[in-house]
Ligand binder design. Structure first.
Ligand code: FAD
Ligand code: NAI
Length: 468
């Protein structure tokens, strides 16, 4: 393998591998370094893909148990085979990881397995799990080392009973009572998985709602849906201690009145956010440091203070999302190749893959209020959709926020079946700075869920929704 490159990418998650592919497409001699044996980073190995695999499996079970009879499908002796669910999930991960391996080969990208650490600003030492370390040099270096779960001293992770998302994707038994600390994206998704297959799930959340950073309507509606799975919520609670008792966990928290509550469960999932990961990178050798929150600092061009060293994805500021990391990967590769690319951070959508799904882009209503912006709201409920009736997916709504004067769409928030896919229409519309009426006047196939977007835009335009 070569030792001198135009571009060296450290980390093979969605930021890193996409940066490598785009660099290679642009004719740059490219290497990627990954400390684990498999490529794909958090997203493919222990994040987006395996969690969606379990979400889909558990959703199938839930539907079989609760809605199939209504559809006229009778099943006897329905059971969850958790071992098989996890096995299928592993198969999905393996196939995806092999896909990345194939893409590296196809694009003639050298893959160096091992921990990458800076020797100086152009030289990286690669230390594999087994065998000799080597050094490679790059004209440009892209740091794409991602993130790890974060925790607090009051909730020490032991990976057995007090677990992170990584262990929650590999449990050997269905918890009887899963206590989830943090009702954000991971808590909502993985809490749903286990609630659907029979666990009692209790959410202990510092804020006053689920998914508190999204539009408040979304959190409220999601809570209603998740409550139907039999979950309990302890909002505005401050966790004071988490203890592994050997057979289970004891979680203590202070309620809003300052009184202590005690919850006993068999597992505790800590999902209180993730932290940027730079361990072992030896940033100092390249003249780099992290900010007080552990993030690699970058300018608007994603350059660190050493101009030929870039950083992307979860390890820098901004949303910790795979598609954000991918956009940044493309951005940096094109910048290195002398192009003038652009990332519209305002229009990076956020999706929660619960059922119903939640998807969002642009400003929330709370943000618009905070800005003192004059806006109008158009909402349309799923229960008024023929498509939703046919499938019995009646929970949900589309909420469109538009500028009161110009009618430009400022934010779209969807909770409901297939919201994750539907948000793309809103992103495109907003990229082209569409007005609510532009979307309202575009034909949407009938019967589809996307009609709810059209109807919400009609509602936002002049309260002209047809089916409400
Ligand atoms: P990562 O994917 O974290 O990859 C970094 C890679 O760098 C890792 O493979 C790591 O081993 C490697 N590395 C680190 N240091 C070194 C080193 N010194 N040398 C060599 N290699 C190194 N996002 C979504 O958009 N949609 C989702 O549905 C979604 N679901 C998620 C579900 C879960 C349970 C979790 C935990 C996360 C989820 N995310 C999701 C977030 C998503 O996984 C991350 O935003 C994304 O993986 C970030 O990509 P990245 O390339 O920055 O880093
Ligand atoms: P998060 O930031 O989404 O949620 C963390 C939650 O924990 C918040 O609601 C917060 O108020 C709460 N919290 C924080 N400290 C607490 C405490 N001491 N006690 C109780 N509650 C506390 O982080 P999460 O869910 O861990 O996910 C990490 C990252 O992974 C997110 O940035 C997310 O973007 C990404 N991710 C994305 C997914 C997707 O796109 N579908 C799926 C899963 C993760």
């Amino acid at each position: 393998m070569e030792t001198q490159y135009d571009v060296i990418v450290i980390g093979s998650g969605p930021g890193g591998y996409v940066a490598a592919i785009r660099s290679a497409q642009l004719g740059l001699k490219t290497a990627i370094i990954e400390k684990y044996k498999t490529l794909g980073g958090t997203c493919l190995n222990v994040g987006c893909i395996p969690s969606k695999a379990l979400l889909d499996s558990s959703e199938h079970y839930h539907n079989a148990a609760h809605t199939f009879a209504e559809h006229g499908i009778k099943l006897n002796d329905l059971q969850v085979d958790l071992a098989q669910m996890i096995k299928r999930k592993r198969g999905v991960v393996d196939a995806n990881v092999q896909g990345i391996q194939f893409l590296m080969k196809k694009n003639k990208i050298d893959v160096h397995q091992g921990l990458g650490s800076f020797v100086d600003a152009h030289t990286i030492k690669v230390t594999p799990a087994e065998g000799e370390a080597k050094t490679i040099t790059g004209k440009n270096i892209i740091i794409a080392t991602g993130s790890k779960p974060s925790s607090f001293p009051s909730m020490p992770i032991d990976k057995k009973r007090v677990i992170t998302s990584t262990e929650a994707l590999e449990l050997q038994e269905i918890p009887k009572h899963l206590i989830v600390i943090g009702a954000g994206v991971i808590g909502a998704e993985l809490g749903s998985v286990y609630a659907r297959i029979g666990s009692k799930v209790s959410f202990v959340e510092f804020a006053d709602s689920m998914i508190p950073t999204m539009d408040k309507t979304m959190g409220k509606e999601l809570q209603k849906a998740v409550k139907k799975l039999g979950c309990d919520f302890y909002f505005s609670h401050k966790v004071t201690s988490v203890e592994n008792t050997g057979e289970g966990v004891v979680v203590k928290a202070d309620n809003p009145k300052g009184e202590q509550i005690t919850l006993e469960g068999d597992y505790c999932l800590v999902s209180v956010g993730r932290r940027p990961y730079t361990d072992g990178l030896n940033l100092e050798a390249a003249g780099l440091a992290t900010d007080p929150r552990g993030k690699v600092e970058v300018n608007d061009h994603l350059q660190t203070r050493v101009p030929h060293i870039y950083a992307i994805g979860d390890v820098i500021r901004g949303a910790m999302l795979a598609h954000k990391a991918e956009e940044e990967g493309v951005y940096v590769a094109e910048t290195i190749a002398g192009q003038k690319p652009h990332v519209n951070y305002h229009l990076i959508p956020g999706v929660v893959y619960t059922w119903p799904e939640v998807a969002s882009v642009g400003y929330t209503e709370e943000e618009l209020k905070g800005q003192g912006k004059a806006y109008k709201v158009g909402s349309f409920p799923y229960k008024a959709l023929g498509r939703a009736r046919a499938s019995m997916d009646l929970d949900g709504l589309v909420k469109v926020l538009a500028d009161k004067e110009t009618d430009e769409i400022l934010g779209v928030h969807i909770i409901g079946a297939r919201a994750a896919d539907m948000i793309a229409e809103a992103v495109i519309a907003m990229e082209f700075r569409a007005s609510a009426e532009d979307v309202a006047r575009s034909s949407h196939a009938h019967p589809t869920y996307t009609e709810a977007v059209k109807e919400a835009c009609l509602a936002a335009t002049e309260n002209r929704a047809i089916h409400m």
